[in-house]
Design a protein around this ligand. Structure first.
Ligand code: PEP
Ligand code: MN
Length: 340
């Protein structure tokens, strides 16, 4: 952290800053020029609130140099993390892993039909919510354990792994036997109690970026999981809320290379929630793949007009099949694969 003093700061004010740095068990490094003084605070500054320095008399500006997250950072681990899912899937390696399925599990026939179609097109993981975070308490809230059972059966039949959203730590026990990845939804990205509970598990977690979360906040939430001991963390860009109204969210494609530079964790993209409109999902899925996403999570429904949730952003199985062929070409063009 670098504290730059105002040009009219007194020696007393400079000393007060140095004392404050030392009281926090950090080293202080002073550099004084003709009409400026800059003081470096060196050490473990992650937990320090920079405003504590900003309010001191004589301080002009405080700039944080090192990131407040540690275990999620590239400095901590320079090589990419590769997360093992089930027996034979790796996220963060050469292969771009596609997760696909309905927004919510609605019944046996629905999940079975969709699982068959997405598996046939090359998806590796079946998505589907059994516990749904809905904006309205009157909307369908998910099938719960029955939905998980149906999903597991359909997935096993077609050689797929399972990802499903967990909304509360009380659901851990019921979910663990059925799922291969626990998804933390955008609305729960900063549910620190939930993150701490998931941090002690030996189960991959996919952490979605919050609706209005910065990339740094996403990485800080990942830090909760990593610092608890769970190293199987996958990050996900799913669109953020901006002033734009023509799309449900604004798909921040640039977050993919930004996160990959800052962190060793795999970064996947969700163009379904990122756009909210079926015909926009296709170009954003292509763009995310081209931008280097380690995977995609895409909503697919065999009858989107009858879907209980997110039908408008769910692809028809045929559309998904065509998209997978295009993604294969894009993946190959950047030295990756979509299939084997
Ligand atoms: C979902 O994946 O169905 C979902 C609710 O996503 P998000 O948390 O990104 O809104
Ligand atoms: Mn959805």
């Amino acid at each position: 952290m670098v504290i730059s003093m105002r040009h009219d700061a007194t020696e007393e004010q400079i000393q007060a800053v140095i004392e404050k740095i030392q009281s926090l068990n950090l080293d202080s490094h002073r550099s004084t020029g003709m009409n400026y003084t800059v003081i470096g605070a060196v050490g473990d500054t992650a937990a320090i609130d920079q405003r504590d320095f900003e309010i001191l008399d004589g301080v002009g500006e405080v700039v944080r140099i090192s990131a407040p997250y540690k275990m999620a950072s590239r400095q901590f681990q320079p090589f990419d993390s590769v997360i093992k899912v089930g027996n034979d899937i790796e996220i963060g390696g050469r292969q771009v892993v596609v997760m696909a399925g309905p927004c919510a599990v609605e019944g046996k026939d629905q999940i079975e039909q969709i699982a068959a179609r997405v598996a046939g097109s090359g998806a590796k993981i079946l998505r589907g919510g059994a516990f749904k975070p809905r904006t309205s308490p009157y909307s369908f809230q998910g099938m719960g354990e029955e939905g998980l059972q149906l999903m597991r059966t359909a997935a096993d039949k077609h050689g797929l792994a399972v990802i499903s959203e967990i909304m509360d730590a009380s659901q851990i026990e019921v979910m663990l036997p059925y799922v291969d990845i626990l998804q933390v939804g955008a609305r729960n990205m900063q549910n620190f109690t939930l993150l701490r509970a998931l941090g002690v598990l030996d189960k991959p977690v996919l952490l979605k970026r919050g609706l209005s979360a910065t990339i740094e906040e996403l990485l800080m939430s990942a830090e909760y999981l990593l610092s608890g001991g769970n190293k199987s963390v996958i990050l996900c860009e799913r669109g953020i809320r901006t002033f734009e109204t023509y799309t449900r969210n604004t798909m921040d494609i640039c977050a993919i290379p930004v996160v990959q530079k800052l962190s060793h964790l795999p970064m996947v993209a969700d163009p379904s929630h990122g756009t909210g409109i079926r015909d926009k999902v296709l170009p954003m899925a292509r763009a995310a793949t081209a931008a280097g996403a380690d995977g995609l999570i895409i909503e697919v429904h065999h009858q989107p007009d009858k879907a209980v949730s997110d039908g408008a952003q769910s692809l028809y199985p045929d559309q998904f099949g065509k998209l997978m062929k295009e993604l294969e070409i894009i993946a190959r063009a950047i030295g990756r694969t979509l299939g084997e």
